[in-house]
Design a protein around this ligand. Structure first.
Ligand code: GLN
Length: 490
């Protein structure tokens, strides 16, 4: 086998595949071996789809031989287990959907299949995407490949850990308040949340419909660009997807920071920010400046309200979206004395504690008498937060700040304290509330050897600018220090 095959990016593999130096089937076998060796320790996968992957690989190889390969043909990917896959179990990390086999593909899944990408399986996550540590999964926690006693972040923790541990070339996750960027930061990979409406949500199990977006987790920025092009675009099946041109982001990537106007939001350097994270992020911004970027301080005055606003809007939407799990149409059914008792028992046994907490918070915020005081007011604050960004983007091209306040914390450390857990997303939530694209890029390690993420945000549909900034940073940074090497049981 080609040495370091598992370290290659999707673009590097494309060349090897097209030159016939490796087949997709060989690649898939190498990845399945890797999963068998390290995943018992990492627990990134809920379902490994070995036979399906090999079948898809052989189809991809035939297509490559015919000279009809698309950029992702034959590339082995993983999907967060809330993207519905026809004929392949989709659990959402919940007992409620533990046996659910969808009869259709979500739009992004269908696009990847059409592109000839290979699905290695479905990746672990916090239950219904609610969490920042992957500890709420009904399928056990994911361990951070850099340190097995630490969390990978969440809710796309399986996606981030699988990329970092080289169990997949790249993965898709979803981000409602940070669930792509936060685990990407904690696992030392690139994670991008697109503009709200850039990517179809059809076939994404809904958490908070006005915030959810699907996006890529990858080894580098150019791979994120490649995947973004593959999944973006208007979809008649999602009325909130927008009809805007989908550029070939990867082909247009610029690596030169000269002239780039970078805003540094003052409110993102707060008490409680880990000093090593602050130093790494300031160092990264300084490096961009040394290489010709224009760095200015900006203010986003409503930032301090973002977490509170999110924890009204997201649970409110979740309480409504999760009403569909009633033991009747699909998913778990725990039969009771009568219909109401069946609802009660199904929901009592099907949902975990965090999901129940969100449903209660959301139901309260939406109830008559409280709606105006909580939900409506949160929507108004959301508008103020979006306005802050609009004003900032009149002066700068991108904003740069930390992706998370701390590096990966220990398993169990915050599990008993929801507020501490929620504060993890303090720097990622604003982009969801404002619908902006944002990305986390690795920007170094702590003295203890844990990854740190630098976040960029851009104006709506500014994905190219966002990717250019991240790519420029990646180039001036140089290669990341190393890949983690989780213990192999093979
Ligand atoms: N951690 C946040 C939450 O628990 C964000 C989750 C997400 O983006 N899906 O709601």
């Amino acid at each position: 086998m080609i040495p370091d095959l598992l370290d290659r990016t999707a673009r590097q593999l494309r060349e090897l595949l097209d030159r016939g130096e490796v087949t997709s089937e060989e690649l898939v076998r190498a990845y399945l071996d890797r999963i068998a060796a390290v995943d018992p320790g990492v627990n990134a996968f809920i379902t490994v789809a070995g036979d399906l992957a090999l079948e898809m690989a052989r189809t991809a190889d035939a297509r490559i031989r015919r000279g009809e390969a698309a950029p992702l043909t034959g590339i082995p990917l993983g999907l967060k287990d809330l993207l519905v896959t026809r004929g392949l179990r989709t659990t959402c990390g919940s007992r409620m959907l533990a046996e659910f086999v969808p009869p259709y593909d979500g739009t992004v899944v269908a696009r990847l299949r059409d592109a000839g990408a290979v699905l290695l399986g479905k990746l672990n996550m916090d239950e219904f995407a609610m969490g920042s540590s992957n500890e709420t999964s009904a399928f056990g926690p994911v361990r951070n490949p850099w340190d097995p006693d630490r969390v990978p972040g969440g809710s796309s923790g399986g996606s981030a850990a699988a990329v970092a541990a080289r169990e997949v070339v790249a993965a898709l996750g979803s981000d409602t308040g940070g669930s792509i960027r936060q685990p990407a930061a904690l696992c030392g990979v690139v994670g991008l949340k697109p503009t709200y409406g850039r990517v179809s949500r059809y076939g994404l199990v809904a958490f908070a419909s006005s915030l959810d977006q699907i996006g890529p987790l990858t080894r580098d920025v150019a791979d994120a660009a490649l995947l973004l092009t593959a999944i973006s675009g208007k979809d008649p099946l999602d009325a909130t997807s927008l009809d805007r041109p989908v550029p070939d982001y990867a082909a247009r990537l610029r690596a030169d920071p000269r002239g780039l106007r970078v805003g540094v939001p003052r409110e993102y350097f707060v008490d409680g920010l880990d000093p090593e994270v602050e130093a790494a992020v300031r160092g990264a911004i300084g490096l961009l400046e040394d290489n010709g970027a224009e760095v200015v301080e900006v203010s986003l005055p409503h930032t301090e309200y973002a977490v509170a606003t999110y924890y009204l809007i997201a649970p409110a939407e979740a309480s409504s979206n999760l009403a569909r799990y009633d033991g009747v149409k699909y998913g778990l059914r725990v039969a009771g004395r009568d219909l109401a008792d069946t609802y009660r028992k199904t929901r009592a046994q099907g949902f975990g504690a965090e999901v129940k907490r969100r449903i209660m918070l959301g139901t309260y915020a939406l109830s008559a008498g409280y709606y105006d005081a909580y939900y409506l007011r949160a929507q108004r604050v959301r508008t103020l937060i979006a306005r802050d960004f609009r004003a900032a983007f009149e002066r700068v091209d991108v904003l740069a700040c930390p992706a998370t306040p701390t590096p990966a914390f220990r398993l169990g450390e915050k599990a008993g304290d929801p507020l501490q857990m929620y504060l993890n997303d303090i720097f990622t939530i604003p982009a969801n509330l404002a619908g902006l694209p944002a990305v986390s890029v690795p920007c170094g390690l702590t003295s203890g050897g844990l990854p740190i993420g630098l976040q960029f945000m851009a104006a709506p549909f500014g994905e190219q600018t966002l990717l250019d900034a991240a790519h420029a940073y990646e180039r001036v940074r140089g290669e990341p220090v190393a890949y983690p090497d989780p213990a192999s049981t093979a």
